[in-house]
Design a protein around this ligand. Structure first.
Ligand code: PNS
Length: 162
């Protein structure tokens, strides 16, 4: 039987514990997971794509079933290229639903073979977003426990930012 591969796409600027909890949750469902970091020239990210890919690789180095890549262009084309059967997205709250619903249906229209699978994050992280992490750090707040220690260091090194 061929390996069932899923793609977990996102900006991951930076990756936080909510993202990592989703990775953990989908590993029993798939043989392999590709974390796909979007290259988006329009957004002004805090961390470069290379920094984000490198950081996530370091964090998940012990896990042979997870690999980290960057992509540009259509997500469904990337999914097709790596031979994945599903796109994994975290669904935090009602506010995520509309955007995620639109993306899932557009992706299905673009490639009906690809299914989007939504995972609920751990309750502790249901309010967590990369945007809020950056905002809190920029304003001098504490996000320890919400991001891995390595990401906390990187955020502190990069501060002050905004
Ligand atoms: O972490 P994010 O920013 O919510 O992730 C959004 C992402 C990367 C999943 C989305 O922007 C995406 O898939 N971009 C690639 C371009 C694309 O395929 N657009 C059409 C989506 S329906």
């Amino acid at each position: 039987m061929s390996a069932r591969l899923a793609v977990y796409p996102g900006s991951f600027d930076p990756i936080h514990n909510g993202h990592l909890a989703i990775v953990e949750r989908c590993l029993p469902m798939f043989d392999e997971l590709v974390i796909a970091v979007l290259r988006n020239e329009e957004k002004r990210p805090l961390f470069s794509v290379e920094e984000r890919v490198e950081t996530i690789r370091e964090l998940l180095a012990g896990n042979g079933r997870v690999r980290v890549e960057s992509f540009s262009g259509l997500l469904v084309d990337f999914v097709e290229r790596v031979g994945a059967v599903a796109i994994v997205r975290g669904l935090r709250a009602l506010s995520d639903f509309e955007y995620e619903f639109q993306m899932a249906l557009m992706n299905r229209r673009l490639n009906p073979r690809v299914e989007t699978v939504f995972m609920m994050p751990k309750e502790d992280y249901s309010y967590l977003s990369s945007r809020l992490v950056k905002e809190v750090v920029a304003l001098g707040g504490d996000v320890s426990g919400l991001v891995p220690a390595r990401v906390l260091d990187l955020l502190r090194e990069r501060a002050p930012f905004r």
